[in-house]
Design a protein around this ligand. Structure first.
Ligand code: NAD
Length: 426
């Protein structure tokens, strides 16, 4: 009898499994109650919705959407919405769980959630994307709200998507509802500094980790994978701090220059190109995204999608510091391989938490109807990032563990304590 080979794991399943294994290891270190461990391993609530959209030609197409609330133990759910063909329930569940830890590690009074629609937005017109967003919002309306669950932008969604969500909720409830989402346009109650917050936070923790390793920015070569919101702002902030950005990439491939890339010029190129891609950016050598990950650099920032560093390519990573700009770019097995080789990894739940920190500020501002100046936002962002970074570093010393394990220990402990203090209902 021949046994069928098990099917290869989908990247979303890999991400969820990684998140669960990280929880398991934190639970072990904390000697967590088995019942609490089980509670934290499962999402509190999952909603799967069908999203019909009438296309320009008049026919109907139906997409599948998800909203998952992993934990509301510390506050309302918080997490982005992504539009991507690979969106699956497993991926959304894994990302929702990561949001719980991210909000907890930065000590925000928020829980973790995530949403998404399995769709390739490049195949839709802007009008169709607006209709898709509004229908998806109407479908998840029963479980979102300023005191329930507050979405935000993620891959392929932006401030316009958030404006459409505000409009839908406002029209359906009859109440102006800016606090239902964060990442809104500033003219609609968005926070100053929100667009740059994630990348600035990634750059901040990168520079702090470099400082602790005794590495000066002038002698540091950096490769950044992904040149969207997170990757481009991270590259720009690190270049401003004196680092040499020697490679950048997006879905069109990688671009390298040993003498350093002019990041603002690359951003201007992307903004002026029809496809919003680096393609056609002149004066640089072209490489593949795989080659970028294996480059001889000091710092590698994967800031595109999850699951890009796996056991298959972890051995070829040469950077000594990997900073997870994206969510879940290093799989659990690859993480262990890199840690064994002495590579420091600043984990996603800490590294890219700047976005959710300023999202929290935006939620506070929208609820109060009082808006802060940019320097206020930036000053407070640094306070939150520094505090989280210092606690994770000291926890990694106390437990003699990696920064990822330390971040999970801090986060899981905070969430479990909050739930214990509340008591299990009823
Ligand atoms: P984005 O859509 O603005 O940019 C994504 C970038 O990745 C684009 O440059 C795209 O071309 C590139 N890309 C896509 N597929 C790729 C591939 N196969 N290889 C190489 N590059 C590829 O998205 P974003 O907001 O920058 O988010 C990037 C990552 O950061 C995601 O994992 C997201 O969940 C995470 N994140 C985003 C925020 C935020 O505030 N935007 C906050 C926390 C975490």
């Amino acid at each position: 009898m021949t046994l069928a080979m098990p099917a290869a794991k989908h990247a979303g399943e890999e991400l969820r499994d990684s998140a669960l294994r990280q929880l398991d290891s934190a639970a072990k270190a904390l000697n967590l109650d088995p019942g609490m461990h089980q509670f934290l391993s499962t999402p509190e609530r999952t909603l799967i919705v069908s999203v019909p959209v009438v296309m320009e030609e008049g026919h109907l197409e139906v997409f599948t959407g998800y909203r998952v609330q992993h934990s509301t133990g510390r506050g309302p759910g918080k997490g982005g919405i992504r539009f991507h063909p690979s969106v699956s329930l497993a991926e959304v569940e894994g990302l929702a769980m990561l949001m719980t830890w991210k909000c907890a590690v930065t000590d925000l009074p928020l829980g973790g959630a995530k949403g998404g629609v399995a769709v390739d937005p490049r195949k839709l017109t802007r009008r169709q994307i607006e209709r898709l967003t509004k229908r998806y919002t109407a479908a998840i309306l029963p479980i979102i709200g300023p005191e329930q669950d507050i979405p935000a932008p993620d891959v392929n969604t932006d401030d316009s998507t958030m404006a459409w969500i505000v409009d839908t909720v406002t029209m359906m409830t009859g109440r102006h509802s800016p606090a239902v989402v964060t990442g809104k346009p500033v003219e609609l109650g968005g926070s100053r500094g929100r667009t740059e917050a994630t990348g600035r936070g990634v750059a901040f923790v990168t520079l702090e980790a470099m400082k602790r390793a005794g590495r000066a920015p002038e002698n540091t070569r950096v490769a950044v994978q992904g040149f969207g919101n997170v990757g481009s702002i991270t590259a720009k902030a690190l270049a401003e701090a004196g680092c040499r950005i020697v490679a950048i990439s997006d879905v069109s491939g990688g671009y390298t220059s040993a003498s350093g890339i002019d990041v603002p010029k690359a951003i201007a190129h992307v903004q002026s190109s029809k496809q919003r891609l680096l393609e056609g950016f002149s004066g640089l050598s072209k490489i593949s995204n795989d080659e970028l990950l294996a480059m001889d650099v000091d710092v590698l920032v994967p800031a595109a999608l999850e699951g890009v560093i796996t056991p298959a390519n972890a051995g070829s990573v040469r950077a000594k510091l990997v900073v997870e700009g994206a969510n879940g770019p290093v799989t659990a097995d690859a993480d262990r391989m890199l840690a064994d080789r002495g590579v420091t990894i600043v984990p996603d739940v800490l590294a890219n938490a700047g976005g959710v920190v300023v999202s929290y500020f935006e939620w506070v501002q929208s609820r109060a109807g009082f808006y802060w100046e940019l320097d206020e936002v930036e000053k407070r962002l640094e306070i939150y990032m520094r505090r989280a970074m210092e606690l994770v570093l000291s926890t990694s010393k106390t437990y003699d563990c990696t920064l990822r394990e330390a971040a999970f220990i801090v986060a899981v402990d905070r969430v479990a304590r909050a739930i214990e203090r509340r008591g299990i209902f009823p």
